[in-house]
Design a protein around this ligand. Structure first.
Ligand code: LLP
Length: 404
């Protein structure tokens, strides 16, 4: 996805033409970028060949999931819906892990009957439910224990999950207690220690601290886990001010760790696989000058992309056509929704925008469409994927009459 002759292209398609043909706002993915990300992730960690379970919550479009599956990845799911979806798309049960603090009895039952690789347990009560079901079905169910290592991932507090004040996982004392209680259970096989400390992590230090915390548990408990599931969280570059996580250092450290402990590694990446594969194309409806602000009111709102409103997240916005004849100006990009938090970005020294211009909001492939809603009774945006010069619509258009 890049400019050619001042026009923004997604592979071989001029983005302006997509808006002309299909309207706006619309999500557009690049097939090539997705495949590149998958291969890059695999290559970065090839010394220890982890099982890569794509975190389905970040994007569950069927076409996207099928591409991910075809490239050999498994799935990390967090609900009955996600589990049923990946099974129906042909993901192999032995490549599926199931996370989440609040799995209901019925959800556990379904997962157990499908023989998935691991149910990652987050409380002793959940483990007891699994044991009950395993006995009922006369099975030995494989589980992972999710550790809360009390480590600050140094990311947005709303997506930080590894501190003791966060609801996730079991602290190290409870992990040891559970190991002692359940290690000889007839119906439970504890195979994995899992951990996920947060999302959009851009530094290696929190991951290194996780490895240290796991090492401590391994030596204290003297328990042999077949798998260590290090979760996801790998950060991407949303703007000039932040950086992507450096995989090379991470890879070296995990390789050493896996050799030392003779264990297989699982990852659950979401954002790092799909985050930068999509843009949200949108049109400028109005320009409004108010006091010393210039509001650019676009036709995408917080119902289409909630990350800026919810997490103060930065998504760069670029014009689909660069015009050197235009002066530079400052802008406040906002949506049409009746909430002050429906704002996207403030920019300085930006190509002057006028009514009718078309723009792309970048890096919306993860937690974009999945967090969209019909708020203000607006239809959700349609999704397209571009492969070379082929355009394919990959989600249904919601008809206004249906949602009315
Ligand atoms: N594994 C577990 C157990 C998780 O809870 C998550 C994300 C992942 C893996 C994938 O993390 P990733 O590689 O995508 O960072 N809506 C927020 C992000 C919420 C993340 C929730 N858990 C956002 O838009 O930033």
């Amino acid at each position: 996805m890049n400019y050619r002759n001042n026009n923004f292209y997604i592979e071989k398609i001029k983005a302006e033409n997509l808006i002309k043909k299909y309207g706006s706002p619309i999500y557009c993915y690049s097939n090539k970028k997705l495949v590149e990300n998958i291969n890059n992730f695999k290559n970065s960690f090839k010394t220890f060949s982890p099982l890569i379970c794509f975190s389905v919550k970040s994007n569950y479009n069927s076409t996207i999931l099928k591409i991910i599956k075809e490239h050999g990845l498994g799935a990390d799911v967090v609900s009955d819906g996600e589990l049923k979806k990946v099974l129906s798309l042909g993901f192999k049960p032995n490549k599926i892990v199931y996370s989440g603090v609040g799995k209901k009895f019925e959800e556990l039952k379904f997962a157990i009957t499908k023989n998935i690789l691991l149910i990652n347990i987050e409380s002793e009560s959940e483990l007891r439910n699994v044991q009950k079901l395993a006995k009922r079905f006369k099975r030995k169910v494989s589980v992972g224990l999710r550790l809360n290592p009390n480590i600050d991932a140094k990311t947005n507090t709303k997506i930080s999950t590894g501190r003791l004040q966060d609801k996730f996982g079991l602290n190290s004392i409870d992990i040891i207690k559970i190991l002692n209680k359940f290690k000889n259970s007839k119906n439970i096989k504890i195979k994995c220690l899992s951990v996920h400390i947060g999302s959009q992590i851009t530094e290696n230090k929190p991951y290194n601290n996780v490895l240290l915390a796991i090492n401590k548990i391994l030596s204290k408990s003297n328990f042999k886990f077949e798998y260590i599931d290090l979760g996801g969280g790998m950060g991407i570059k949303y703007s000039k001010d932040n950086r992507k996580l450096d995989y090379s250092e991470l890879s070296k450290n995990i390789y050493k760790f896996s050799k030392k402990n003779n264990c297989k590694i699982i990852f659950e990446p979401g954002r790092s696989i799909v985050g930068d594969t999509a843009v949200l194309l949108t049109k400028v409806i109005y320009i409004k000058n108010s006091s010393n602000k210039k509001f650019v009111i676009i036709d995408a709102g917080m119902n289409d992309l909630i990350r800026p409103a919810l997490y103060n997240a930065t998504h760069e916005i670029i014009p689909l056509t660069k015009k050197s004849s235009r002066n530079s100006s400052s802008h406040d990009f906002v949506g049409p929704i009746c909430e002050t938090s429906d704002r996207f970005l403030k920019t300085k020294n930006y190509q002057k925008i006028i009514e009718g211009d078309n723009l792309a909001i970048k890096d919306v492939g993860a937690y974009g469409i999945v967090l969209s809603s019909n708020y203000n009774l607006r239809p959700r945006p349609v999704e397209f994927i571009i492969k070379n010069s082929k355009i394919k619509r990959i989600s249904k258009k919601q008809r206004l009459n249906d949602i009315i």
